[in-house]
Design a protein around this ligand. Structure first.
Ligand SMILES: Cc1ncc(C[n+]2csc(CCOP(=O)(O)OP(=O)(O)O)c2C)c(N)n1
Ligand code: SF4
Ligand SMILES: [Mg+2]
Length: 263
């Protein structure tokens, strides 16, 4: 049965009601069609749902998304490019009763800082890393990162990434799932309502894993960067559906029973 006008109004109210206590996304300065604000909103909604914003320390990476950090209603430390997981290790070890998260881009975490994430996962550090993967160094002009797909055009690969010259991209969620200290590893996306709902579940499970001291938890979130991809805003989600998610498969790569039970 089609929705009544009243039901549609109620649905829209829900869509437009932003989390109030955890993240204030009222206005921001990102490009139209950027996926990063949606990723922040998802993280903020779960922080709010768990009521942990006053007991959470975010270690921030450096990228376009850094402009959104000031809108997070939680304590925050800015780390050097790629070094957030090491800073988070120190914070969590000193303050084990706090929730500790990092939010990092692919240029930050994968190109420059993959060693940090790998060692933290191997050690089973009990915090949560969120990777916003848009396949470019967005903030510095849209050049290739270690996650750029083969054939994808960026400012430094105008003919598309060439595997012979640039090597193959890194699939971070699969990589970190291999390590014994990793409790949870998954990849979500913000390119469609269904993907957003699924990603929210992943973010919840990752933070529940941390709450229950299960070890390192990780969620990679694919985000649109129409500016860096030389695309119109409306083309980017379709590109993700047709191409990007075919290479970067969405799903969970490590979910021990304890995490499943905790969520
Ligand atoms: C050690 C170091 N190297 C390089 C930079 C320059 N830099 C700042 S932001 C950035 C790009 C970040 O890209 P990403 O993490 O993917 O985030 P996005 O902008 O795509 O959201 C780079 C290379 C830096 N600040 N510090
Ligand atoms: S350059 Fe890309 S990542 Fe940066 S704000 Fe614009 S769309 Fe978002
Ligand atoms: Mg990026």
């Amino acid at each position: 049965m089609p929705m009544t006008k009243e039901q549609a109004k109620e649905q829209l109210k829900k869509v437009w009601s932003l989390p109030k206590n955890s993240v204030n996304l009222g206005t921001h300065h990102m490009c139209p069609g950027c996926g990063e604000p949606m990723a922040y909103r998802i993280i903020g909604e779960i922080i709010e749902e768990m009521g942990i914003q006053e007991n959470l320390i975010q270690v921030a990476g450096i990228g376009c998304y850094s402009a959104l950090d000031v809108m997070m209603q939680n304590d925050r430390i800015n780390a050097l490019h790629g070094r957030a997981p090491s800073v988070a290790t120190g914070v969590k070890r000193m303050l084990p009763d706090r929730f500790v998260i990092t939010i990092q881009g692919d240029g930050d975490l994968v190109s420059e800082g993959i060693a940090e994430a790998v060692h933290c996962a191997a050690r089973g550090e009990n915090f949560t890393v969120f990777l916003l993967n848009n396949m470019v160094n967005g903030e510095t002009g849209g050049h290739m990162t270690a996650t750029t797909m083969v054939g994808h055009k960026t400012k430094s690969t105008l003919q598309g990434r060439d595997a012979k010259v640039h090597g193959m991209p890194i699939k971070t969620a699969e990589l970190l799932a291999q390590l014994e200290g990793t409790a949870y590893s998954a990849r979500g996306s913000v390119h469609s309502p269904a993907a957003i709902i699924r990603t929210k579940r992943m973010v919840r499970k990752a933070l529940h894993a941390q709450r229950d001291n299960l070890g390192f938890s990780f969620v990679e979130i694919l985000t649109m960067c129409p500016t860096g991809w030389f695309m119109e805003t409306w083309e980017a989600p379709q590109f993700m559906e047709d191409t990007m998610t075919k290479y970067f498969t969405l799903g969970e790569f490590k979910v021990p029973e304890a995490v499943e039970a905790a969520a």
